[in-house]
Design a protein around this ligand. Structure first.
Ligand code: NAD
Ligand code: WQD
Length: 342
């Protein structure tokens, strides 16, 4: 029996593969490599000293996906595959709806055909839109502020409807807050294409000298110091959350949403200071206008994940910064190791 990991070559997927293998699970990975590099999976093998089947398959191609189910004994799925850039989704909504929704429909149809009814889905804190109350609980009102966010909301609804129609399904909707950090080895980490959109990869590329300075998007929010507050969670803690969710699904049917966050909010300026302290590097920054669509404050109440899954985030912000920096220093150009810094 094996767990199918869609999007397993990506940032969160690759870290989850390492954790799964380390805990004795057999995995099969499917990824189109549209936003990742096969080198991440080579390094998963190297870190775990384990080979596993990999299929360069797009979820938009159901026939190839069926072959994966024919050739492997799959009993559950962790579904990471999707496009994830908020700004890009505003510019290319059709690509986002097509990839994220049709990809999931194809996956679920093939799962049904092969009587596989356990799925852990990568949702996002973005489904809370602009939250009225923090910390955010799972029963807070849901809304979307971008096509990307809509794809997460809609997929959650599709999966709920699937359970309504067939109570044999067992579904976990994991709403991640802001994943950062990297594996302790510095061998796998986040490898954004082009100029990073997200704060942490941006900071670490300033630190290594690839980017000149950080623009802090607004310092007039109603927060501790005027800059945006988020719940940053170590990617290894997040990976472990998937295993807890999967184990929960083994003994139950139903559909449940879980927040995966630390419950602590850090402002942009606090993150800059934390990174500087943990890595002893200076980050040049300036204050820029607010980024359209950004919210002031967002952090999780993860009590439900603790109670139901027995999961809590363990790693603190210092470790998140140190691990991000180790990955960045050892891989200044991510997985494209044939390039050199100029
Ligand atoms: P990522 O881009 O690193 O990984 C996603 C992987 O999916 C990539 O390897 C990509 O090649 C693959 N993929 C995309 N479309 C595919 C398709 N149609 N068929 C096969 N493979 C496909 O992203 P990540 O940060 O690891 O995120 C994983 C999941 O978690 C995504 O669904 C994302 O929306 C969600 N999420 C991410 C964050 C975050 O901040 N990183 C936060 C909340 C939710
Ligand atoms: C964090 C803070 C920015 C970059 C996004 C998605 C969300 C989820 C995680 C997928 C904010 C500020 C950032 C920069 C800055 N992804 N910032 N300068 O926006 O909380 O969440 O990633 O599901 O859906 O929206 O993360 O890292 O982009 O921003 O000042 O160059 O850093 O304004 O306050 P965000 P982020």
């Amino acid at each position: 029996m094996a767990i199918l990991i869609t999007g397993g070559a990506g940032y969160i997927g690759s870290h989850t593969c390492v954790q799964l293998i380390s805990q004795g699970y057999k995995i099969v990975v499917v990824d189109s490599l549209s936003n990742s590099n096969i080198e991440s999976l080579n390094r998963v093998s190297e870190l775990t000293d384990t080979e596993f089947p990999f299929y360069n398959v797009n979820l938009l191609d159901p026939d190839s996906l069926e072959r994966v189910f024919e050739e492997n004994h799959i009993d559950s799925v962790i579904h990471f595959a999707g496009l994830k850039a908020v700004g890009e989704s505003v510019l290319r909504p059709l690509d986002y709806y097509h990839n994220n929704l049709t990809g999931t429909f194809n996956l679920c149809k093939v799962m049904e055909k092969f009587h596989v009814k356990k799925i852990v889905f990568s949702s996002s804190a973005t489904v809370y839109g602009n939250p009225k109350l923090v910390p955010i609980k799972e029963d807070a009102p849901l809304s979307a502020t971008s096509p990307y966010g809509q794809t997460k909301l809609m997929t959650e609804q599709v999966l709920r409807d699937l359970f309504e129609a067939d109570s044999g399904w067992s579904i976990a909707l994991l709403r991640y807050f802001n994943p950062i950090g990297a594996h302790l080895s510095g061998r796998i980490g986040e490898d954004p294409t082009g100029i990073p959109n997200n704060l942490m990869p941006f900071i670490s590329q300033v630190a290594i000298g690839k980017l000149d300075q950080l623009s802090i998007y607004g310092n007039d929010y109603a927060t501790v110091d005027g800059t945006g507050v988020r719940d940053y969670i170590h990617v290894v803690d997040l990976a472990k959350g998937h295993i807890k969710a999967l184990e929960h699904l083994m003994g139950t049917t139903g559909v449940e949403a879980f927040n995966l966050g630390t419950g602590k909010g850090y402002s942009v300026l606090q993150m800059v200071k934390a990174f500087e302290k943990a890595t002893r590097t200076a980050i040049t920054y300036s204050i820029a206008p607010r980024r359209p669509g950004d919210i002031a404050e967002c952090y999780a109440d993860s009590t439900k994940a603790k109670k139901v899954l027995g999961w809590v985030a363990e790693k603190e912000i210092e470790e998140m910064c140190r691990d991000t920096w180790r990955w960045q220093q050892r891989n200044p150009h991510g997985y494209k190791h044939d390039q050199v810094l100029t």
